[in-house]
Write a protein that binds this ligand. Structure first.
Ligand code: MSP
Length: 663
């Protein structure tokens, strides 16, 4: 993004929030996504030396929770107590560094809700009336007849209930123009731009007054002077952000942190945050948040996540299968923040094997290994740098701006990608400068400088990793006997901060390679050779770069015999027909002639349109066991290479008949 970054360093504390999660459901990857993103930003800001208030919590009132508790034969508070433990446990497993965990059933919160209700009332914004319309309990949202889609909730598609009840309204309509003016004059208020446009057109269409009470059930904060009614759960929930900041209870804290720097929410709840919430605040005479950022949604193996499909992925299982840091890394790296993402076991494995075990693991392993082998385990003092050394120093200097700008623009995937470019550069530096040759020739001056530079580059990489992978970053810093105590990112990012003369031992591998085919989900079959990783192998102690390492140390990719290779039947074929598989944005069903007709379901839909594929000559694995994908039997796998969005099909550069076996 050109111009100023979205988040600026200001003269006040940095206050960041996640939505507070409903307690009718246990935590899943969607909740984890928002929470990890907020945590990464909170850690980044702390690392920059800013004062941070980072809050998450639970939304415990409302009809949905009451109903869920009734179905389970327990009280709503008992349900909330149980689920809160699950959320707290999940966040602890994922290393979430929240400063507060708010529950809307807490006394401190009820006080704030009453206070705001009185303020809105005094401003003439609350009046009595009859609400007649529809209500979606799962989303806790009101809808008019016209807004329904085929009689169902337009957001979640579930059944809605007819509501006719006497209660109170909030004069939302009064805030249409002020809100419009605010959004128009503050381009960074609602992000990303697509969501801003969506909200702008929603507000321009006109705002109707909002029913802010519900009747006929108990589970909520009671309306002052009318205990038969409970306050609408979204009004109750949104005010949590005030409670956390110490509104009307801790003036100092409120002064330090209000207004919120950023609310991170999912795209489904942007209306509540970008329309209702600012209007409530305007009515109560309180400053509006600086930014509201809506992220996208995750599908699982290209399928919408839902309890009925049984494909809900929990943070606990992610941590169990992949570890906290790999999960955090994957969530932040895989998808540009703001866009929808897809979780796939294969994509996760690829990230772990390639980015974490190979690129990062290799750097630490060779950096420490060389100090042990060539310097007796003591980090040498560097000498005058040559052009290789200064080039690496310059890359580190450039990384600072690129990383910081990306982080302040909430472009986490870019921050990680520039960091990985640097890790790649550090590995290349070792490949190019070949310190083992200096060791052999006894050129101690050069050798010492190379060893110091490799460790220094590793340290700098670890510093930038701190917000994303706190445990891994600490392991790296411990392994190279360096610390970050009391220093800000700006100080730590400088070249030459690594303290020499410390003792360094060969580091343990940071990540084990994953090869579990069961974790390679269905949407990934047929994606070509790309997803298939070599079996787990120990990381080389000292190797010269990723490719070089593979030739130096064959244990990275085990060698196979010709006979083993011959067990794979690769054949030439021609694509006769291609069509997208319904319900998947990645899979294409192909009809392929390999001397006989085969149906192949291939995960190439993000790189190719079906019509581009017709007539293409391809190579397929013809003796792969058939697999069923989206109800279609796939009878083989085509070969392709590259990222999911930039796959290239392997093809022939001379003609050969369909069915010709590749030798
Ligand atoms: N309780 C309200 C929020 C009140 S904030 C004042 C709520 N809770 S929720 O538990 O249903 O959802 C919380 C968040 O999880 C939302 O931001 C939502 O977008 C996110 N996600 C739920 N499913 C998701 C995915 N499949 N993918 C990504 N995020 C998703 O709404």
């Amino acid at each position: 993004m050109a111009g100023d970054p979205i988040l600026k360093t200001e003269n006040k504390g940095f206050y960041i929030t996640t939505p507070i999660y409903y307690v009718n459901d246990v935590p899943h990857i969607g909740h984890a996504y928002t929470t990890v993103a907020a945590d990464v930003l909170a850690r980044f800001k702390r690392l920059c030396g800013e004062k941070v208030l980072f809050a998450t919590g639970t939304d415990e009132h409302g009809k949905k929770i009451q109903r869920s508790a009734e179905q389970q034969g327990i009280t709503p508070i008992a349900l909330a107590d149980t689920v809160v433990k699950r959320f707290k446990n999940a966040w602890s497993l994922l290393d979430i560094s929240n400063d507060d965990f708010i529950r809307t059933t807490e006394e401190r919160h009820a006080k704030v809700v009453y206070e705001i209700w009185q303020r809105m009332k005094q401003n003439g914004d609350i009046y009595e009336g009859l609400y007649e319309g529809w209500y979606c309990v799962p989303d806790e949202s009101y809808w008019t007849e016209k807004e329904l889609v085929n009689g169902k909730c337009p957001v979640c598609g579930r059944d809605v209930e007819r509501v006719q009840e006497q209660g109170y309204f909030f004069r939302l309509s009064k805030y249409q123009q002020p809100l419009l003016r605010h959004i128009e004059s503050n381009p960074g208020f609602i992000l990303p731009v697509s969501r801003r446009n969506e909200i702008l057109s929603f507000v321009k269409d006109g705002l109707k007054d909002l029913s802010i009470t519900r009747a006929g059930f108990e589970w909520g904060i009671k309306v002052p002077d009318n205990p038969k009614l409970v306050i609408y759960v979204w009004l109750d929930a949104l005010l949590n952000y005030l409670t956390v900041a110490g509104f009307s209870s801790d003036e100092g804290k409120f002064g330090d942190f209000w207004p919120p720097s950023i609310h991170i929410v999912g795209k489904d709840i942007i209306k509540f945050h970008a329309v209702y919430w600012p209007a409530f605040l305007m009515s109560a005479g309180i400053a509006l948040p600086e930014h509201i950022f809506a992220h996208g949604w995750w599908t699982i193996e290209d399928v919408k996540m839902s309890k009925s499909l049984g494909n809900v992925v929990s943070p606990e299982s992610l941590v169990n299968d992949y570890g906290a840091d790999a999960t955090r890394y994957f969530l932040m790296r895989e998808v540009p923040f703001g866009l929808d993402g897809n979780f796939s076991g294969t994509a996760m494995q690829t990230r772990i094997n390639s980015d974490l075990a190979n690129d990062l693991g290799n750097l630490l392993s060779r950096a420490t290994g060389m100090v042990v082998r060539f310097a007796g385990g003591v980090l040498p003092v560097p000498d005058v740098p040559d052009q290789f050394d200064t080039a690496l120093q310059q890359k580190a200097a450039q990384l600072y701006d690129a990383y910081k700008t990306s982080m302040n623009n909430l472009e986490f995937h870019t921050a990680l990608s520039v960091l990985w470019e640097f890790i790649g550069e550090a590995n290349k530096y070792v490949d190019r400068t070949k310190p083992w040759q200096d060791a052999k020739s006894g050129n101690a001056v050069r050798l010492n400088t190379r060893l110091y530079h490799t460790i220094e580059a590793t340290r700098i990489a670890a510093v930038y990793l701190l917000p994303f992978m706190p445990d891994t970053a600490s392991k790296i810093l411990n392994a190279i006997a360096q610390d970050t105590k009391g220093k800000s990112l700006e100080q730590l990012a400088r070249w030459g901060v690594a303290v020499p003369s410390v003792n360094i031992a060969q580091a343990q591998p940071l990540f084990e390679k994953k090869t579990d085919p069961a974790k390679a989900g269905p949407g990934t079959q047929g994606a070509g050779i790309k997803g298939q990783e070599p079996p787990s192998a120990p990381q080389p102690k000292i190797a010269s770069g990723k490719q070089a390492a593979q030739s130096v140390n064959p244990s990275i990719t085990p060698l196979i015999t010709l006979d083993q290779f011959k067990t794979v039947e690769l054949k030439v074929g021609t694509i006769l027909a291609a069509q997208r598989v319904e319900g998947s944005n990645k899979l294409i069903k192909l009809d392929v002639d390999i001397g006989e007709r085969r149906t192949i379901v291939a995960g190439i839909g993000k790189s190719y349109k079906p019509e581009e594929l017709l007539g293409k000559r391809i190579i397929i694995v013809a003796n792969l066991q058939p697999a069923e994908l989206f109800g279609i039997q796939s009878q083989g796998m085509l070969l392709a290479a590259g990222d999911a969005e930039h796959l290239g099909l392997l093809t022939l550069d001379r003609d050969a008949a369909n069915g010709t076996r590749i030798k």
